[in-house]
Design a protein around this ligand. Structure first.
Ligand SMILES: [Zn+2]
Length: 99
């Protein structure tokens, strides 16, 4: 885990995406695997989600097809609707660490 990445869970992702959670779910099936090649049609499984310092979400997991390492980057930090929610999650997580 990089220094500026905060580990988040499914509840946090739900907060960030809100009604758009379907979009998040669909991105899980649009993953590129260097091992399998081809296009962005692989599924990421057993992933861990992180929020980076740009408030983008980084998923790190395994390719469902070959179990190779894959990642998925979601530019939530670029979204006007999602950025405040992502920022909110970041602040909560940081405060939680201090306790
Ligand atoms: Zn693969």
């Amino acid at each position: 885990m990089k220094r500026n990445e905060i580990k988040i869970d499914m509840d946090d992702i739900q907060v960030i995406f809100g009604d758009d959670i379907e979009y998040f779910n669909s991105t899980l099936n649009n993953v590129y695997c260097t091992n399998c090649g081809g296009s962005y049609d692989k599924t990421i499984v057993n992933y861990t989600a992180y929020l980076n310092n740009l408030n983008d979400i980084v998923l790190k997991g395994e390719c469902k097809t070959c179990s190779g390492k894959v990642g998925r980057y979601l530019e939530t930090g670029e979204s006007k609707e999602r950025f405040p929610a992502a920022d909110h999650v970041r602040i909560i997580k940081k405060n939680f660490k201090k306790i």
